[in-house]
Design a protein around this ligand. Structure first.
Ligand code: ZN
Length: 705
C-alpha cells in the first residue's frame, strides 16, 4: 500500500491509508452500496496538487478498497440539461457537481442513469441494477433514488456538511405543499448513441408568485440524525466525513415532516404570501380559457384536415401533446378512416353579381366535407343544395356529410326566403383526397400504471360550447395535472369525434382496458347553464361514483340524464366489449339548447365563469381520484381531540362545523368505507374533509387501509 502524501495543504497531509481508515471508521464495509456527495476542495484547493487526476484516482481506489468487489459506488452527475433546454447525452454530457463525480463518470465500466436533470453514475456490482433504464419521474417510482432506497445503502458526505438530494425523495413521498411535479420535454442521446424524445417530470419548488418562499435549512435533518446517533462523523485532515444509512435518513426525514411539513425549511414558506395573489391565479383561469376560445374560434375544423392540425399546434404551445397521423383507408373496427378534407374558399354569387354567401365570413356556411364545385345554377337547382332552419330563421345551421360525397351551403332561413329567381355562380374550393386523420395525445406518467382518462374532440368549425369549451377546459386541466404530484398516470386525447375515438380505441384498447380506472368525455362545458351528467352504460363505475359525489355537492339539483341520452364519444367508450369506466359531466348538454349546432353557439354563449365552474368541478373529480382511500381511526373509543390540539379552545361557527365534520368523519372511519362513501353518509363535501384527514394523520390518529 502506497504511503505517499496525496495532498498537502498548509501543514496538513492526507494519505490514501488515512482515507481508507477513516472510511472504515465511519462505518463503510465490504459489499456496501454507497452514494457519495463530495467536496474535495474543503481539504484545500486541488489545484495545489501536482497531479489532480492521480489524487482523484487514489480517492476512488480508497473507496473501492473498502467496499470491495461486491460493493457499488454511486455519485451524482447532475446536468440540469432539460431545465436549460439542452439535449442530454448519457455518454458525453459532463457532470456539473464536482471533479470527483466527473472522474467516476469517466470510468470505463461506469453506468449512468438516463435522467437529463438528476443523473447518477456508478461503478460496481449493483451499478446496472440501480442505474440502467431509470424511469421518467425524478424522485418518483423507479428513479435512481427509489431503487437506492429500496436496495439499501449508505450516504457519505465527504468533506461536506450533511446535504443530500435524497431529501426531495422524502418530500415527494410525503407530498409537501411547496414542491410540485413539472413536465420537461426534451431530447436525450442514449447509451447506444440513439437520439430519442423523453419527457421528464421534475419535482420543482413553488415560486414566490405562486405564494411560496422556500428556503432550505439542510442542517436540520443532519442534526436530527446525529441526535439519534444515526449519523457517524470522523475527522480527516482538516475536514470530516459523515455517513448515514439511507433507510435511517428516510425514516427520520418522514417522521420530521409528519410533525411539521416545513421541517426541512428555514421557516414556513407561506409567511410572506398575500392571499390575494392566490385568488388572482384562480380568477385568471376562466379568463385564460376564454382567450383560448377566441383564438381557436375562427379555424375551420373537420374530422380530418389542416383545421385539426392548426388547432393541435396552438394547443401544443400550451401543453406537450404529441400529434399522431393515421392514413386514410386504415381499417378501424367496423369503420374506415375517411379521405382527408381541406377547404380554402367557398362562395355563392347572386344574379346581381354580389357575393351572397361567403365561407370566409363564417365557415358554417359550407356543408362539412363538401366536394369541390364550380358552376352556374338556377335558383331551383341551388335550393337543392341549401340548408336552413325555418324554426330558427336567424341561425346558420351546422351540417356535415362525412360519408356520402355531396356539396352544400348553410344559410339563415330569413335570408334564404329573400333569394330571387336568376342564375347563381357557386364555387367550393375544397379537396377530398387520401391523407390522414390527425389527433393529439398526452400521457402524463404517475407513480402507478393505473390511468385516469380524459377525452375531448377537435372537429367542429366555429362553435363555442360544442365544441371549443371541451379542448380548452381539458388544456387547463392538463396544466394543473402537470403541476401536481400524482399517483395515477393520465391519458388525455384530443380527437375528432366518433371516427377519432374509434381509431384511438382500435389502436389502444388493450392497454386502456387494463389500466383505466376512471374517465370523462369532456364536451359542452362552457355555458352558464346548470351542470348535467350522463352515466356510463353500466351506471355504477368508479367514474360515476366520483362524478356523482362531486356534482351533488357542487350543485344539488344538477340534471341527471340517462345513458339513452348519450350522443358524443361516450358511445364508443361504453360500447359492449369496450366498456370503459367513463361518464360525462357537462353544462348544457348537446342537443338540449336551441343554439346547439348553429351559428348562435358563439362566443356570447360561453363565459369565463361557465368555463371555470366546469374546470373546478373536473379538478375536484381528479383530486378525489388521487385522494380517495379507506381510512381507519387508530384508537379504540372516541379519541380525545383536546389533548392533541384538534379541539378549538374558542368556538366560532366555522370551528364548530369543522369539529362536527371531524367527529362525524371519525365515526365512519372504520377502514371499510372509502372517502366517497363517508362524504355521502356525513353529507360533507370531500374538499372539506382533506384538511381534516391531514390533521388526523399528523396527530397519528388515522391509518390508511
Ligand atoms: Zn357536435
Amino acid at each position: 500500500m502506497s504511503q505517499k502524501v496525496l495532498y498537502t495543504y498548509e501543514s496538513l497531509n492526507i494519505t490514501k491509508r488515512e482515507i481508507i481508515n477513516a472510511l472504515r471508521e465511519v462505518g463503510l464495509k465490504k459489499g456496501d452500496t454507497v452514494l457519495i456527495h463530495s467536496d474535495v476542495s474543503t481539504f484545500g484547493k486541488i489545484g495545489l496538487i501536482n497531479d489532480r487526476d492521480a489524487f482523484l484516482g487514489e480517492l476512488f481506489d480508497a473507496f473501492m478498497d473498502v467496499i470491495g468487489k461486491e460493493g457499488t459506488v454511486v455519485v451524482p452527475t447532475f446536468t440540469y440539461s432539460f431545465c436549460k433546454n439542452e439535449s442530454f447525452d448519457v455518454r458525453k454530457t459532463k457532470s456539473t457537481v464536482g471533479a470527483f463525480t466527473e472522474f467516476v463518470r469517466k470510468q470505463k465500466d461506469a453506468v449512468r442513469s438516463e435522467d437529463p436533470i438528476f443523473s447518477h453514475a456508478g461503478v460496481g456490482k449493483k451499478a446496472e441494477e440501480l442505474l440502467k433504464k431509470t424511469g421518467g419521474v425524478c424522485f418518483g417510482a423507479n428513479s435512481f433514488f427509489d431503487r437506492f432506497y429500496k436496495n439499501g445503502g449508505k450516504i457519505i458526505n465527504f468533506g461536506k456538511f450533511f446535504d443530500i438530494t435524497f431529501i426531495h425523495y422524502i418530500e415527494r413521498k410525503f407530498g409537501v405543499d411547496y414542491r410540485f411535479d413539472k413536465f420537461f420535454p426534451g431530447k436525450i442521446i442514449l447509451e447506444e448513441g440513439i437520439e430519442s424524445s423523453k419527457e421528464v417530470t421534475f419535482y420543482v419548488r413553488s415560486l414566490p408568485e405562486q405564494g411560496f418562499n422556500v428556503i432550505y435549512d439542510m442542517t436540520k435533518l443532519g442534526n436530527e440524525l446525529e441526535r439519534k446517533n444515526l449519523l457517524k462523523r470522523v475527522n480527516l485532515g482538516g475536514s470530516f466525513i459523515l455517513c448515514s444509512d439511507i433507510k435511517d435518513c428516510y425514516e427520520v426525514g418522514l417522521e420530521m415532516l409528519g410533525r411539521d411539513e416545513y421541517a426541512f425549511l428555514e421557516k414556513n414558506p407561506h409567511e410572506l404570501i398575500k392571499t390575494q395573489s392566490q385568488n388572482k391565479i384562480k380568477e385568471g383561469v376562466g379568463h385564460e380559457m376564454m382567450e383560448m376560445i377566441v383564438k381557436l374560434f375562427p379555424i375551420c375544423r373537420s374530422i380530418t384536415g389542416n383545421g385539426v392540425r392548426e388547432t393541435l399546434n396552438i394547443l401544443q404551445k400550451e401543453i406537450p401533446i404529441k400529434i399522431h397521423e393515421v392514413p386514410s383507408g386504415t381499417q378501424v373496427f367496423d369503420w374506415t378512416v375517411p379521405k382527408e378534407w381541406n377547404i380554402y374558399d367557398a362562395y355563392v354569387i347572386g344574379p346581381d353579381g354580389n357575393k351572397i354567401i361567403d365561407f370566409k365570413e363564417n365557415n358554417l356556411h359550407v356543408v362539412g366535407y363538401s366536394t369541390p364545385v364550380n358552376k352556374t345554377l338556377s335558383l331551383k337547382e341551388l335550393q337543392e343544395h341549401l340548408h336552413s332552419l325555418p324554426g330558427q330563421p336567424d341561425a346558420i345551421p351546422y351540417i356535415t356529410s362525412y360519408y356520402k360525397e355531396r356539396w352544400g351551403f348553410c344559410i339563415k332561413h330569413n335570408y334564404r326566403e329573400k333569394l330571387k329567381e336568376g342564375s347563381y355562380k357557386v364555387f367550393i374550393g375544397s379537396e377530398l383526397k387520401n391523407g390522414s386523420l390527425t389527433y393529439g395525445e398526452l400521457i402524463i406518467p404517475g407513480e402507478s400504471k393505473e390511468e385516469v382518462f380524459l377525452s375531448t374532440y377537435v372537429c367542429h368549425p366555429s362553435m363555442a360550447n360544442d365544441e371549443l369549451s371541451g379542448p380548452v377546459v381539458t388544456t387547463s386541466l392538463v396544466k394543473w395535472i402537470l403541476q401536481k404530484s400524482r399517483k395515477y398516470t393520465y391519458r388525455i386525447i384530443f380527437i375528432p369525434e366518433t371516427i377519432g375515438s374509434i381509431t384511438y380505441l382500435n389502436k389502444n384498447i388493450e392497454v386502456m382496458k387494463k389500466n383505466i380506472i376512471a374517465g370523462f368525455n369532456i364536451s359542452c362545458v362552457g355555458d352558464s347553464g346548470s351542470f348535467s351528467y350522463i352515466p356510463s352504460r353500466n351506471g355504477h363505475t368508479y367514474a360515476d361514483r366520483i362524478a356523482l359525489n362531486i356534482l351533488s355537492f357542487k350543485q344539488r339539483d344538477f340534471i341527471r340524464y340517462s345513458f339513452l341520452d348519450k350522443g358524443s364519444d361516450e358511445r364508443q367508450y361504453n360500447a359492449p366489449g369496450i366498456d370503459l369506466p367513463l361518464c360525462c359531466i357537462l353544462k348544457s348538454k348537446y342537443g338540449t339548447y336551441p343554439e346547439y349546432h348553429t351559428s348562435l353557439d358563439n362566443l356570447d354563449f360561453v363565459s369565463s365563469q361557465g368555463l371555470s365552474d366546469s374546470y373546478e368541478a373536473f379538478k375536484e373529480c381528479l383530486k378525489l381520484i388521487e385522494k380517495n382511500k379507506k381510512y381507519k381511526i387508530k384508537c379504540l373509543g372516541e379519541p380525545q381531540l383536546g389533548k392533541r390540539g384538534l379541539y378549538p379552545t374558542i368556538s366560532t361557527k366555522s370551528s364548530t362545523n369543522e369539529v362536527k365534520s371531524m367527529m362525524n368523519f371519525i365515526s365512519y372511519a372504520d377502514g371499510t368505507k372509502d372517502l366517497i362513501e363517508i362524504s355521502e353518509i356525513i353529507k360533507v363535501p370531500v374538499w372539506e374533509l382533506y384538511s381534516i384527514i391531514k390533521k388526523l394523520l399528523k396527530a397519528d390518529l388515522l391509518s390508511i387501509e
